[in-house]
Design a protein around this ligand. Structure first.
Ligand SMILES: C[S@@+](CC[C@H](N)C(=O)[O-])C[C@H]1O[C@@H](n2cnc3c(N)ncnc32)[C@H](O)[C@@H]1O
Length: 252
């Protein structure tokens, strides 16, 4: 997916602060719960308009927060809308293609690295070239992209740090019951949809967990955990979103 298209989508959701309330609460709650003691460094990949991040709350939990994206304007304006343009805890690094892993020697390692809605965007590079005649090829390409994305997070994590990947499982386009349902109903609704093959290619929670488990087998990660899904209302479309967290072992 082109940078221009991503930027156009970011402009469409610029004013999504109110709509994102529930989603922002869940992402912020998860990142706050996973914050180290004493307060350390958080890196957020795919920060965009920052509508899914309560930056004031996160600044209570982390000493320093790095916001990464390739849409500089979205991040700068997102921080300004939250009134934090002068906050010295925030650092913006938003002219970067995050489809590539960084050189770990060239960056400051973080205590928590969170990818927020970025993997689904990267996955479009796989699904847009999907050949219905060769489904195994698509499945293999999606698995490789997941592995690379987790490796990207690991490259930014110090030993012992935690990684979080939030990802969209399915939307109201194919599961209209998501619109207007209670948040408590989302796990069962989503599980039933997955059972009938109704989920985004490459983002089946079990496939996500499998990729993390394979990395755990090779001792690249430990303690993979899937967090129960919730709702993300984005105007006419509502998503079921989940998050996977894992640790980088202290020994690596
Ligand atoms: C679904 S949005 C995340 C929502 C965002 N945190 C918000 O609250 O508005 C995905 C973000 O990933 C960014 N993105 C997509 N592909 C990227 C890439 N290859 N490199 C850097 N950023 C990318 C987009 O610019 C967008 O801001």
């Amino acid at each position: 997916m082109s940078r221009e298209q991503q930027i156009a989508w970011n402009r469409e959701t610029l004013d999504g602060w109110e709509l994102f309330r529930e989603h922002r609460f869940r992402i912020t709650e998860l990142l706050t719960q996973l914050a180290p003691q004493p307060a350390g460094r958080l890196a957020v990949l795919g920060a965009g308009n920052c509508n899914d991040l309560d930056l004031s709350a996160l600044c209570q939990a982390y000493a320093e927060i790095e916001l990464l994206d390739w849409d500089h304007h979205a991040v700068v304006e997102g921080v300004r809308r939250q009134g934090l343009q002068s906050c010295e805890q925030l650092r913006i690094d938003a002219a970067r293609d995050l489809s590539q892993s960084p050189d770990p020697a060239a960056i400051a390692a973080a205590d928590c690295v969170a990818s927020v809605g970025l993997l689904s965007q990267l996955m479009l590079s796989v699904t847009q070239v999907h050949d219905p005649g060769a489904p195994q090829q698509t499945i293999a390409a999606a698995a490789e992209l997941r592995r690379q994305h987790f490796q990207h997070l690991l490259a930014r994590m110090r030993p012992g740090a935690v990684g979080v990947v939030s990802f969209e499982i399915v939307s109201s386009d194919s599961l209209p019951e998501l619109i207007g349902c209670a948040n408590e109903a989302v796990p069962n609704l989503t599980a039933a949809a997955i059972g009938t093959g109704n989920f985004y290619t490459g983002l089946h929670p079990a496939a996500m967990f499998h990729t993390a488990s394979q990395l755990a087998k090779d001792e690249h990660v430990s303690d993979p955990q899937m967090h129960r899904p919730w709702k993300w209302c984005l105007g006419p479309r509502t998503y079921a979103v989940a998050a996977l967290s894992f640790r980088r072992p202290n020994s690596r």
